[in-house]
Design a binder for this molecule. Structure first.
Ligand code: UT7
Length: 356
């Protein structure tokens, strides 16, 4: 039997995109009624007005499968040979959630694994997909970022309950030609484990298994917001500069900055440090909050109709680990059929946003 030859492509291109958010809307007023916070504080300190929470019984794989289905449809349903699911909230600690998603999408016995890099998960997963296709190992990869933070946040913790929401976003990347619109061109990835305590769920792993005596404080997600804010700005700006340099682009060349949707003040700061006008920074968090690994593909899906073929896009994220990174791509001019996006009412950016 002849050996299977794996042709190495010249480039990797984005071929499909889809997003999904649950229908349950949590407004700032809802939070105001049960937490020591106000709509005004949340809007002016974060830019968030609403977030979405999964319905009772809905899990990460349900959202990931729906986003994946939409991405596949937008790419014309190509044959997929690898699924990478970036998530911090898998359906179960064991096994991984990606194989279940692949099966539910009817993709057959394809390679499928979860990737854990918290809010940087999508950029990390996209980088692995890029390498897998460039090496000739895989032809078409479904990359999903999906998170259901409503399952791990403490509803009584105003530091986190106001920020996070649930959702999933997915892209298809595959073999393409050098210079083709949609080409993914540069990646820059980093981590710093000395800061692992800044963003954490303490219990539930091998260091502290969950048992009858586990405290709520250890069971829930915690974040040292102020420290994370400063590190996120510095890390995303630095990584973005490297990815731009590796692509041969300047900040003026960037048509769209798609930064991880954590806080509008962080987005503005990163854009300002890089010298990118704020109107070129995509703002999606106002309607869905911080959706962790889903935030970049969801923001892409939300804004897809505003992008033009060949637009230069800079993607960057920062998250727990800590992890961070950046990537560049040109816009492929694909169509995103996503009725769910109609449910996300567009609102104007918060005018009274505080700058520090
Ligand atoms: O996605 C992964 C990466 N995550 C991020 O990038 C998140 C980064 N961090 C942030 O977005 C912001 O740090 C937060 C939104 C979490 C907090 O905003 P901040 O401007 O850093 O607030 P702060 O923690 O410095 O608190 C300022 C004041 C404090 O009161 P005093 O000490 O000045 O009297 C807090 O107690 O605001 C108070 N505060 C609140 N007040 C009303 C903190 N949280 C709230 C709240 N509602 N929810």
């Amino acid at each position: 039997m002849p050996a299977r030859t794996k042709r190495k492509p010249d480039a990797v291109v984005l071929q499909g995109l889809g997003g999904y958010v649950p229908t349950g809307v949590i407004t700032n007023q809802d939070l105001e009624s049960r937490l020591d916070t106000t709509d005004e504080w949340i809007r002016t300190r974060t830019g968030i007005r609403t977030r979405r929470f999964a319905a009772e019984g809905e899990a990460t794989s349900d959202m990931a499968t729906e986003a994946g289905r939409r991405a596949l449809a937008s790419a014309g349903n190509p044959d997929i040979d690898l699924v990478i699911l970036a998530t911090t909230t898998p359906d179960h600690p064991c096994p991984a959630t990606a194989p279940a998603v692949a099966s539910r999408l009817g993709l057959g016995p394809v390679a499928a694994f979860d990737l854990a890099a918290v809010c940087s998960g999508f950029i990390y997963a996209l980088a692995q997909a890029n390498a897998a296709v460039l090496s000739g190992q895989n032809r078409n990869v479904l990359v999903i970022g999906a998170d259901m933070f409503s399952a791990i946040i403490n509803p009584e913790d105003r530091n986190t309950a106001i920020i996070f929401g649930d959702g999933a976003g997915a892209v298809i990347v595959g073999a393409g030609e050098e210079g083709q619109p949609g080409q993914v061109s540069a990646f820059d990835l980093h981590s710093d484990g000395t800061c692992q305590d800044l963003i954490k769920v303490t219990a539930g792993g091998s260091r502290m298994p969950v048992n009858a005596g586990t405290l709520d404080a250890d069971r829930f997600f915690t974040m040292q917001g102020k420290e994370v804010f400063a590190k996120a700005v510095e890390a995303m700006a630095g990584s973005s500069r490297t990815a731009l340099a590796d692509s041969g682009w300047n900040a003026e060349d960037v048509d769209w900055l798609i930064a991880h949707q954590a806080n509008q003040r962080i987005l503005n700061r990163v854009a300002g440090v890089l010298g990118i006008p704020p109107e070129r920074a995509v703002l999606h968090l106002d309607r869905v909050g911080n959706t962790s690994a889903a935030s970049i593909p969801l923001a892409l899906a939300d804004y897809a109709s505003k992008f033009s073929k060949g637009d230069k896009m800079l993607l960057t994220a920062f998250g727990g680990g800590t992890t961070w990174g950046a990537a560049t791509l040109s816009w492929p001019g694909i169509t995103v059929t996503d009725p769910q996006q109609d449910l996300i009412e567009r609102t104007t950016p918060c005018p009274s946003l505080q700058s520090s």
